[in-house]
Design a protein around this ligand. Structure first.
Ligand SMILES: C[S@@+](CC[C@H](N)C(=O)[O-])C[C@H]1O[C@@H](n2cnc3c(N)ncnc32)[C@H](O)[C@@H]1O
Length: 355
């Protein structure tokens, strides 16, 4: 082992020196800096704002109906340079960011979008050096953000039940970091069965689940998560959200769960025409977060939680159509509507009746 090679304390893996790490730099950092090198991906933006991503090859060329651009004119240039093709067309050149990479990388399963990955890293408090377990791996998009957050001396153990997905994820992680990440290991199999075999009880700081049925993992999460540890779930539908939340509540070993979603709306910025974009990625998924309580305690908010059986008569009486925003329609109008309906009369010009 060279004198520059470090060891990851959590995994025991060697942190490679050299190309991937740039000596003492964190894994992959050197690849994010400096002039463009052969084999790197570069994002080209033309004068009309059209974007293309190319992989630099010595002697290669990027062809369009408006001429060609030699890769050799980009290799060695500083990130952010403007280059011209054989007919004078200009291109802005930029090294793709992680958010660009994730949206264009090979994928088998749906990826966690950058906006959600950012929320997960922050709201689950993924810190450098943390011990994190994750499932499923899918295409590895979220794994990349988690690895960046735990750092070379952290620990990310990712579980995936399908081998093909694990292979895709490995490829994507190695592309972005320039080789294997010293904090990462992937295990094949069902999270709920495998995680309790490999992680000691109470030894994990954070659990991150992006899968169809997180409620099936509840016991395993409760076993490996340290007291105070954070468990975050990313789910696509309200039915998954509700089922996971109710399972967490019924279990009693966790705090009252919090749920939210994030909608990111881009803005059009042009002179005085400053307004929201017409289109946006509205729904991606919901996040649900809870924390492991110490063994033997009962969560305070769990005690206060109302359930279906806790509705009293007063609540039910308060729950009138008016209170929940329904318009009152008189009996007379309803009788008329019924007569019209039976007679097949079109009543749509009377909104009060049709509403
Ligand atoms: C939506 S994908 C995950 C995407 C991933 N987070 C990303 O950003 O690329 C869900 C994955 O979970 C895996 N999966 C579902 N249930 C699982 C379980 N119980 N244990 C392990 N993997 C599971 C599926 O095979 C699938 O690859």
């Amino acid at each position: 082992m060279s004198s520059e090679t470090a060891v990851n304390e959590a995994t025991g893996a060697a942190v490679p020196a050299g190309a991937a790490t740039g000596g003492s730099q964190p894994v992959g950092a050197a690849r994010r800096r400096g002039p463009f090198r052969e084999g790197e991906r570069v994002q080209l933006t033309d004068e009309r704002g059209r974007m293309n991503t190319i992989t630099l090859e010595s002697g290669g060329a990027f062809h369009t109906h408006r001429g060609f651009l030699n890769h050799d004119d980009i290799i060695g240039k500083v990130d952010g340079s403007v280059v011209v093709n054989n007919v004078g067309q200009q291109y802005q050149t930029l090294r793709p960011l992680l958010s660009d990479f994730v949206l264009s990388m090979p994928r088998g399963a749906a990826v966690v979008y950058p906006k959600d990955a950012g929320q997960i890293v922050t709201m689950a408090d993924i810190f450098p050096g943390a011990r994190v377990v994750e499932a499923g791996v899918g295409s590895g998009a979220l794994s990349i953000s988690l690895l960046r957050a735990v750092g070379d001396n952290g620990y990310l153990h990712s579980f995936e039940r399908r081998e093909e997905f694990a292979d895709i994820a490995r490829g994507n992680v190695e592309t972005i970091f320039g080789g294997p990440h010293p904090a990462w290991q992937v295990s094949l199999g069902d999270f709920q069965e495998e995680v309790v075999r490999s992680e000691a009880p109470g030894s994990v700081d954070r659990v991150v689940l992006d899968m169809l049925a997180p409620w099936e993992c509840l016991d395993a999460v409760a076993t490996v998560l340290a007291p105070g540890g954070v468990w975050i779930n990313y789910v696509a539908t309200v039915t998954q959200l509700s089922r996971t939340a109710e399972a967490i509540r019924a279990d009693g070993r966790f705090t009252e769960p919090d749920a939210w979603e994030s909608l990111v709306r881009g803005w059009h910025l042009e002179g005085l025409a400053v307004r929201p974009d017409h289109r946006m990625v509205a729904h991606t998924g919901f996040l649900l977060v809870t924390r492991r309580l110490a063994d033997g305690v009962t969560g305070i908010s769990v005690k206060r939680r109302p359930s279906k059986t806790d509705f009293n008569e007063e609540d039910v009486n308060a729950w009138t159509p008016g209170a929940v925003g329904e318009r009152q329609v008189s009996d007379k109008k309803l009788r008329r509507a019924a007569r019209d309906a039976i007679a097949g009369t079109n009543v749509k010009d009377d909104p009060e009746v049709t509403n």
